[in-house]
Design a protein around this ligand. Structure first.
Ligand code: NAP
Length: 280
């Protein structure tokens, strides 16, 4: 007796696996939109997805020059699009542009983000609002504009860049940044739930301390070294993270290598959260 005769409904479920390639890491023919794709973690992600064969739509906010320079470096299969993700109209125009010029969107990496230093009693409303608009509403706006196109294409993958702060670190001054990143995790899980039937997977990465302009920009060599030592003493891998460390996990979530993974948060912190909770 075959499985099929025992369970006649087998193979007739709504969502059959989308695995269609012999190499699940192959992104040829796919279009990936990366917000804040011109700098830091976003730039490294753009480069990696491109090297896996994807056509990349690089969103930038302030520097067309930097985005064009990246386009020049990568050569073919790259387009650049200006938009502030906190502004829905700009995001709508950007996504329309991507669809018109590149044919659609299969992968969305919601990476654009900002930070701000505030403890609880230092709450500054304007600063918090700006962080909320970029870190949370930016993810929501871009996803809402992209989702109908993914549904039309029969599925896709959305990767949201949260932070270990959103899971509960205790780093001085990150209280309200943590709030915005926790909201991204919550949204990720609800998006995964609602979009699963459309074959759209939604996951998040939660990076630890990664050396980018966000963490080391504007600091002296001594300050950077002191921060590195602080991190080295608190991670299992005894080092700070690099944008490439995060890009690798984003690429896994973007590709069919993670075809049965959705609603998850993958921590990319060199073992820092676990190290801290061991109580040693
Ligand atoms: P980064 O080097 O400062 O880069 C941030 C990128 O986001 C830049 O391209 C920036 O463009 C863009 N961006 C900011 N506001 C934007 C807006 N309103 N619209 C469109 N783009 C905007 O930072 P990063 O370290 O690579 O951070 C990338 C993501 O990882 C962020 O979401 C961050 O919160 C998260 N993260 C970082 C760390 C870390 O340790 N570095 C840890 C955990 C999570 P402009 O320069 O033009 O503003």
């Amino acid at each position: 007796m075959t499985l099929k005769s025992h369970f006649p409904f087998l193979g007739e479920t709504l969502n059959k696996p989308m695995l269609s390639r012999s190499n699940p890491w192959d992104l040829r023919g796919k279009v990936a939109l990366i917000t804040g794709g011109d700098r830091g973690i976003g730039r490294e992600t753009t480069k990696l997805l491109h090297s896996m064969g994807a056509s990349v739509a690089v969103n930038f906010r302030s520097s067309r020059e930097r985005a064009e320079e990246l386009k020049e470096e990568l050569g073919e299969r790259v387009e650049v699009f200006q938009a502030d993700v906190s502004r829905r109209e700009e995001v709508r125009a950007m996504v329309q542009g991507v669809v018109q010029r590149m044919g659609g969107v299969d992968v969305l990496v919601n990476n654009a983000g900002i930070t701000g230093r505030m403890n609880l009693q230092e709450f500054r409303e304007e600063e918090f609002k700006r962080m909320w608009e970029v870190n949370f509403l930016g993810v929501l706006h871009t996803s809402l504009e992209v989702i109908p196109h993914m549904i039309r294409r029969g599925g896709g993958s959305i990767v949201n860049v949260s932070s270990v702060a959103g899971l509960g670190t205790s780093v001085e001054g990150t209280t309200f940044y943590a709030v915005t990143k926790a909201a991204v995790i919550s949204l990720t899980k609800r998006m995964a739930l609602e979009l699963g039937p459309h074959r759209i997977r939604v996951n998040a990465v939660a990076p630890g301390w990664i050396e980018t302009d966000m963490t080391i920009g504007g600091r002296s060599r001594e300050e950077i070294r002191a921060m590195e030592e602080f991190i080295e003493g608190r991670t299992m891998l005894r080092r700070a993270g690099t944008p490439a460390d995060v890009a690798g996990v984003i690429a896994f979530l973007a590709s069919e290598a993670s075809s049965y993974v959705t609603g998850q948060v993958i921590v990319v912190d060199g073992g820092r959260l676990d190290f801290l909770t061991r109580g040693g």
